[in-house]
Write a protein that binds this ligand. Sequence first.
Ligand SMILES: Cc1cc2nc3c(=O)[nH]c(=O)nc-3n(C[C@H](O)[C@H](O)[C@H](O)COP(=O)(O)O)c2cc1C
Length: 394
Amino acid sequence: MSRLDDCYNVFDLRDAAKRRLPRAVFEFVDRSTEDEVALRNNRAAFERIKLRHRSLVDVSGRTTKTTLFGKEIALPMAIAPTGAAGLCWHEGELELAKAAAKAKIPFTLATGAMTNMEKIAREANFRLWFQLYVWKQRDLSYGLIERAKNAGFEALIVTTDTIVPPNREYNARNGFNIPFKPNMRFTFDIMRKPEWFINVLVKYLTTIGMPRNENYPPEYQRALRSDPRMHDVMRQDNLNWEDVKIFRDKWPGILMLKGINRVDDALKAASLGVDGIVVSNHGGRNMDSAAATIDMLPEIAQAAGDKITVLLDSGIRRGSDIVKAVALGAKCVLTGRATLYGTAVGGEAGAAKAVGIIKTEMDKTMAYTGCNGVDEISTDIFFGDRERNTMVGA
Ligand SMILES: Cc1cc2nc3c(=O)[nH]c(=O)nc-3n(C[C@H](O)[C@H](O)[C@H](O)COP(=O)(O)O)c2cc1C
């Protein structure tokens, strides 16, 4: 029996990932920032929303399929950009992308990925999105955009919520750095996980050397983020709406902004011709006082109307979470950790398992609430006054 057979939900996959990964890598994936309030609150906000069964509706013909930016996907879910997939599994980004392509959902490659973007485009091309962290030296970022365009990526997602490095204190304690420069504690940590060492680290060491940000310009690929030169490169606290205009000019495909939390920002994005926004608090990884995205979604989706497509992430662990997000106006959700845990346990098969679990849960929730199609999902399936159920302090 494979490890995956013992996993019945995303939380089982998390436990299995914890057993397999070195502590520093697991904590980088799993934890968030400071006191981890936002991380907990993302889940609590989903859990506070209660649904009602609808009885005696024929739902035998139901489907989770939906249309996003004019094309069909198997369910309203996409893979979020996560710079760490390549540490969960050798070339983990490729494994995730293959699972996404087979499941017919979009995959987003992060700027910090450890797999070459052209390789992903060659080997796993269903709907590929590229996530951009904007560097101080804008020319370097424009170069990445050009590469993504040439490689055939369908969408560009500019992340707007990570303009300064977050306080992830555990990374400092664990000696976690990309590319690796293990300290004593990290080396001891790795020695306790020989399977990961052989199947992940050794595979990199015998091919490209230490795992690194494979799509960075060559001069920065080998530099540590803690290297003072990198501080300057990584700086993005001058990112502003003028940049968005330039990205709109340079990117003919679908353009999205990730990390939009306010109605005025959503409307501004729409006015500049941005196609989509992701209501996101980065999975609670950046600002610990960030509100839960599912609590912020209704007013943003309502104001956005059909001016801009609204997506959501942060806290999705169950298929019922997708139903709740769709009911409140999201056209699609993105999963970060849920699918990373799967990748850490079984590469492509593990990622596919995570997607399959979430899809089945979504299908069952649709059946219980009497929805035959995604367009039938609305707040009509909610119990009680949503505001009272979900506001902080309820
Ligand atoms: C390990 C890890 C690495 C991430 N790296 C990036 C990144 O490079 N760029 C980005 O825009 N978001 C990144 N994110 C945030 C995700 O794209 C997404 O917003 C978040 O994971 C959603 O929350 P969830 O993990 O609860 O699903 C990362 C998240 C995790 C867990």
